[in-house]
Ligand binder design. Structure first.
Ligand code: FAD
Ligand code: NAI
Length: 476
């Protein structure tokens, strides 16, 4: 049992928390970060949902499964015959675990480098202490920390379907979906959102028959619908069976299978039997049992910690960032908020531009966007012009053998300022950065159209889409 005083205590060591801790330490504060996640050996597993059961392991499996699929089909077209191709799933999972561990260890190193004190255990707020707050830690050791500033970065948990709890054997959250030990013959996925599409893609590529059941009538309703339709076409061609507008009914779990009753989009009753079921219907903020009542911390109407635009709670000195507060549940959004809060504590003007946060779905083709969609602009009554350019007409995409999709640039009809960029296609995740930079600097479509892009690159499609805004693309 120890009692220690800090300037800043961060509860949660995910992308929001660990980055806030590092930035606060860089600014000269004495900083502690508390995280309760534990690895298979009982040691700390820093990095949060993102590192342990989110961004990193999903991308590791997406990469491995894509290699497997390419070796099976795409290599042939390149003149490479692969004989005796087989899947070593235990090795694929082992590699994923080692990628996770490298990231866990990386954060331990960064904490040491930046002199952030790490406490492995559960942190709970335990009332006011002088001008600050007390935070108790219970883990391998029991500690009491005090600090004038506390940053809550406790993240989120997967949402359960009422009456169907996760058992991570048959009914899987993201945690179980990343660790299935044998390829299921039939895999059901409820929710055609980001997790449903990414994890559905992984298991389809390695041989599962995947059926995705989505409640809403539109596919990827938040995505520009021209892009979403192109993606849906590609996923369907790959064999992902997607049913939109369904209403999930009874779910009955057996020892080795699960039966899902649902009404399809016409209202007709359907029954499907799956070997495994991934439920990916969104996530809920992690706010239970954190001692909020001891300091009077309030939640908003949706159950998130209530904060203003600058991540201040109603209790001066307590801040909250990342998935536990409003806004997109994305690692880079959490990080930006963490940095901005550390800078605000130091009296600086930390800033997060919510209009230029990029979104990426790491399927094949990848989907990435920043800014507003055509549907949003119509709803907002903004006059715009749009230009698209298909990867089919891009030399590098042809050389890669990956010509699905397009780049779409939307600009203000009067000022030409870029209002949104939407991409479906190869490495859209990397291509979107150019659009984010352009929008951050309030560039016009003409600016991108006049910038020299290397040839042959996929990024030429962005330049061509910008040229297409004024109907003057050169290669299509
Ligand atoms: P978290 O990462 O959830 O971290 C919270 C941490 O707090 C956890 O380590 C938890 O153990 C700890 N904690 C909670 N309560 C306590 C307590 N009382 N005491 C001590 N510790 C506590 N986002 C992207 O941007 N890109 C992606 O590719 C991406 N892929 C994803 C894939 C999946 C399958 C999932 C589930 C999510 C993905 N996300 C992705 C979302 C991303 O993981 C989250 O937005 C991000 O992790 C949020 O960061 P955070 O710091 O707010 O919370
Ligand atoms: P999501 O919000 O992306 O998608 C959930 C889907 O489930 C929606 O399409 C919704 O309409 C549907 N749904 C909800 N209730 C339903 C029901 N009862 N029946 C049928 N369908 C239903 O949530 P998801 O996929 O769980 O991911 C959670 C969050 O994690 C994402 O919103 C994102 O913020 C983050 N994430 C980000 C990734 C990335 O950046 N690449 C990857 C994975 C997750």
């Amino acid at each position: 049992m120890s009692e220690q005083q800090f300037d800043v205590v961060v509860i949660g060591g995910g992308p929001g928390g660990y980055v806030a801790a590092i930035r606060a330490a860089q600014l000269g504060f004495k900083v502690a970060c508390i995280d309760e996640a534990t690895n298979a050996k009982g040691g700390p597993a820093l990095g949060g949902t993102c590192t342990n059961v989110g961004c990193i392991p999903s991308k590791a499996l997406l990469q491995s499964s894509e290699h497997f699929e390419h070796a099976g089909h795409a290599f042939k077209e390149h003149g490479i015959d692969v004989a005796g191709l087989s899947l070593n799933l235990p090795q694929m999972l082992k590699r994923k675990d080692s990628v996770v561990k490298a990231n866990n260890d990386g954060i331990v190193y960064l904490f040491k480098k930046n002199k952030v004190s790490f406490f492995h255990g559960r942190g709970t707020l335990a009332g006011k202490a002088g001008e600050g707050f007390t935070v108790n830690v219970s883990g391998p050791t029991t500690d009491t920390l005090t600090a004038k500033n506390v940053i809550v970065a406790t993240g989120s948990n997967p949402r359960e379907l009422p009456g169907t709890p996760f058992d991570e054997k048959i009914v899987l959250s993201n945690t179980g979906a990343l660790a299935i030990d044998a390829v299921p013959g039939k895999l059901g996925v409820i929710g055609a959102g980001v997790i449903g599409l990414e994890m559905g893609s992984v298991w389809r590529r390695v041989g599962a028959k995947v059926t995705v059941l989505e409640g809403l009538p539109a596919f990827l309703g938040a995505v520009d619908q021209q892009i979403a339709k192109e993606a849906q076409k590609a996923f369907t061609k790959q064999g992902l069976e997607i049913h939109l507008g369904v209403k999930i009914g009874n779910i009955v779990k057996g020892d080795n299978s699960v039966t899902v009753e649902y009404a399809d989009s016409t209202g007709a009753a359907q029954t499907a039997v799956f070997d495994r079921l991934i439920v990916s219907i969104g996530r809920v903020p992690n706010t239970i049992g954190l001692g909020f009542e001891s300091v009077g911390l309030q939640l908003d109407e949706r159950g998130f910690i209530a904060v203003d635009d600058e991540c201040r709670t109603a209790v001066p000195g307590i801040w909250a960032v990342g998935d536990v507060v409003r806004g997109p549940m994305l690692a880079h959004k959490a990080e930006e908020e963490g940095v901005a809060v550390a800078e605000r504590i130091a009296g600086q003007h930390g800033h997060v531009n919510f209009n230029t946060i990029p979104w990426v779905i790491y399927t094949s083709p990848e989907i990435a966007w920043v800014g507003r969609t055509e549907e949003q602009l119509k709803k907002d009554g903004v006059a715009y012009k749009a230009g698209t350019f298909p990867f089919m007409a891009n030399g590098r995409a042809r050389a890669l053998g990956d010509t699905t999709g397009m780049v779409k640039v939307i600009a203000d009809a009067a000022t030409d300022e870029i209002l949104g960029v939407h991409i479906v296609g190869p490495v859209a995740s990397e291509l979107i950065s150019e659009a984010v930079v352009a929008m951050e600097f309030k560039a016009s479509s003409e600016d991108i159209a006049r910038i020299c892009h290397a040839h042959p690159t996929l990024s030429e499609a962005t330049k061509e889409a910008a040229l297409a805004v004024d109907k003057r693309s050169l290669n299509f």
